[in-house]
Write a new protein. Structure first.
Length: 156
């Protein structure tokens, strides 16, 4: 098993939400952790855990961000994190997988499935192996999120 560390400088969690059915609000979370434990012989036996610090939300509007952090929405004081823990990974084709897991927002946990696009691996100038994936999921209601991340591990 290999453990991959998140490369924060090249990773992001963004979202789009329909607002009053007439506009789309875009935003991001700037603080998050992603842990991937990879079974190098069979990726489908790997696991992924995500922890998003909800207080790091930004829609480029301070008033809206404070409202999103309030008990009307995320209730950051009571539920400071959004979490995801994979329950299964299945291969679609050469570079595509589906990852299913439990997504918890506030006190609600739902099973969701992400389509993953594998971006490949490469060795960087510092002799680190980099691995890129991108996935998109449509969440509860009108929320859709895009997560692009790059992970790294020291060469063994």
């Amino acid at each position: 098993m290999a453990t991959w560390q998140l490369d924060n400088a090249h990773s992001e969690i963004e979202f789009k939400v329909r607002h009053m059915m007439i506009s789309t609000v875009k935003g991001q979370f700037s603080a998050f952790e992603i842990n991937v434990t990879e079974d190098e012989k069979d990726f489908e036996k790997s696991s992924v855990e995500v922890k998003i610090d909800v207080s790091s939300i930004s829609t480029n509007n301070d008033q809206r961000d404070q409202h999103l952090k309030s008990s009307d929405f995320f209730d950051v004081a009571t539920y400071p994190y959004i979490t995801f823990k994979s329950t299964s990974i299945s291969k679609d084709d050469e570079d595509s997988y589906k990852i299913t897991g439990d997504l918890t927002i506030r006190d609600v946990t739902k099973s969701v499935t992400f389509d993953i696009e594998y971006g490949g691996t490469a060795k960087d100038p510092w002799v680190m192996i980099r691995w890129a994936i991108q996935y998109k999921v449509k969440l509860i209601g009108q929320i859709s999120a895009l997560l692009g991340m790059r992970l790294w591990k020291p060469e063994e």
